[in-house]
Design a protein. Structure first.
Length: 211
């Protein structure tokens, strides 16, 4: 699906070092690491938003569709949820179904500013799903939510993944509990410049390169 062969130092990148990894269909990866180590930077690179890295360093399968849930919801504030989803190509018949899937039935004609933070984040998730992604990128999706809302959103993301077994996920988080709830693989960024390792998920599993 996607292969990383990043030589950040060779490209003069200020944060990323040498990173080699593969993402396969159905992978559920949580990316952990200390604040400022480069987790969001790596997500932006995978999404094609970091132009300082040569395109050849991130090899994507032809036609790979990526949905990106940013830390901010990035919904257009002057458009309703229905209009925000339509802008990314969601057919009118699918919009209500997508919003219902994330627990926002009846909210299609609301503006983003009329929603709580948790609701706005779920609306942004629905927008991601509207593009029928092969790879779902989540950047700190639980940040600034209280504990009950975190549990709700974790359960929702798990249900979304279960309903789409071929879709891969890469979720940036600082909380190992998110990885316990969602991940079948764990990556960690360490050092300066940042290197990527895959960490053990069960007792006895070896630490290995993130391939």
């Amino acid at each position: 699906m996607l292969e990383l062969a990043i030589d950040g130092q060779g490209a003069g990148h200020p944060i990323l070092g040498r990173l080699e990894a593969r993402i396969h269909p159905g992978d559920r990866i949580c990316l952990l690491g200390s604040s400022g180590v480069g987790k969001t930077t790596l997500l932006n690179a995978i999404a094609g938003l970091d132009r300082s890295l040569p395109a050849s360093m991130i090899r994507r399968q032809a036609g790979l569709r990526i949905g990106y849930l940013f830390q901010e919801h990035r919904l257009l504030p002057w458009r309703t949820l229905r209009q925000n989803l339509a802008l990314v190509g969601a057919a009118p018949a699918r919009i209500d179904a997508l919003l219902a899937q994330v627990g926002l039935q009846g909210c299609a004609d609301k503006l983003p500013d009329q929603l709580s933070l948790g609701m706005a984040r779920r609306a942004a998730l629905a927008r991601c799903l509207a593009v029928e992604p092969d790879l779902l990128l989540l950047d700190e999706p639980f940040a600034s939510l209280d504990a009950p809302r975190v549990q709700e959103l974790r359960a929702l993301i798990a249900a979304v993944l279960d309903a789409r077994p071929g879709m891969a996920m890469l979720c940036v988080t600082h909380d190992p509990r998110d990885a316990e709830a969602l991940a079948n693989r764990r990556w960690q960024l360490v050092g300066k410049p940042a290197a990527l390792v895959e960490v053990r998920t069960e007792a006895g599993d070896p630490v290995r390169d993130a391939g």
